[in-house]
Design a protein around this ligand. Structure first.
Ligand SMILES: NC(=O)c1ccc[n+]([C@@H]2O[C@H](COP(=O)([O-])OP(=O)(O)OC[C@H]3O[C@@H](n4cnc5c(N)ncnc54)[C@H](OP(=O)(O)O)[C@@H]3O)[C@@H](O)[C@H]2O)c1
Length: 232
């Protein structure tokens, strides 16, 4: 069987690092990307020492040149791609609500959390299509679930709701082309973003993303938590 290749964004820490580890433990070759070369390479060395087949590539998801270079290099160095995990994300709302949030914060959040995954999916779609059984997993959040929305976390919620729309639209356009596209919520996880009081470990937070990327999944254009479909 052909060796599967996965790409993870924001792989240097938190949930992205753990998704990379779990994919590697399944025997998948993982291209771990990070915007900071030093931190990214350190994370890769760490997982290499655990015996995993992991590789570093620099990627800032807000930088179009960086995305273009990545797509060119993957084709040249690896020749194929089976899994794209859009994990990189920021939460910079602080305590602001929808009435006082600065538009610059909204713009910055959208660049990373929405336009990044969108651009990357656009750049890698043709390579993923060659796989025949490819997956795109967008790491979203329950804070972007329309059914639960309030007035807090304004730009973060907006970005994750928009990311879910990206999931639905990509899934529709790629339907029948061998690429399943789904969103998932990791739950509230102990990372730099989630903080120390979060109830979930990164192992738990990464699980559904890895399952959507590698498991016996047939659904596309859906939203999941704990391997169960949830409402938008
Ligand atoms: N933790 C939670 O409770 C929770 C809950 C729901 C959803 N999520 C989602 O899960 C994902 C991972 O979150 P986390 O908790 O692991 O957060 P984290 O510990 O703050 O890690 C975020 C990662 O994203 C990277 N990143 C940020 N901007 C980037 C950019 N422009 N280009 C490339 N990488 C970039 C960061 O890189 P640097 O190290 O360079 O900053 C870091 O690797 C996010 O999408 C988040 O919204 C988290």
């Amino acid at each position: 069987m052909k060796q599967k290749i996965a790409l993870v964004t924001g792989a240097n820490r938190g949930i992205g690092l753990e998704i990379s580890r779990q994919l590697g433990q399944l025997g998948i070759t993982v291209i771990m990307t990070a915007r900071n070369n030093e931190k990214g390479k350190a994370a890769v060395e760490h997982l290499k020492q655990e015996g995993l087949d992991v590789h570093f590539h620099s990627l800032d998801v807000t930088n179009e040149t960086s995305i273009h270079q990545l797509a060119v290099d993957i084709k040249e160095q690896f020749g194929s791609l089976d899994i794209l995990i859009n994990n990189a994300g920021i939460y910079i709302d602080g305590n602001n609500n929808i009435l006082d949030i600065e538009i610059d914060i909204v713009r910055k959040t959208m660049e990373t959390n929405v336009y990044g995954p969108l651009r990357l999916s656009q750049s890698l779609a043709s390579l993923l299509q060659e796989s025949g059984d490819a997956r795109i997993v967008n790491v979203s959040s329950g804070m972007g679930a329309i059914k639960d929305l309030g007035g807090s976390y304004p730009s973060y919620s907006l970005s994750k709701a928009a990311l879910n729309v990206v999931t639905i639209q990509l899934a529709d356009q790629l339907n029948g082309k061998g690429i399943l596209v789904n969103s998932m919520c990791p739950g509230w996880v102990r990372t730099d973003m989630g903080g120390k009081s979060a109830p979930r470990s990164v192992v738990e937070g990464a699980d559904t993303a890895v399952w959507l990327a590698t498991g016996d999944v047939e659904r596309t254009g859906r939203f999941f938590r704990d391997r169960q479909e949830i409402e938008w």
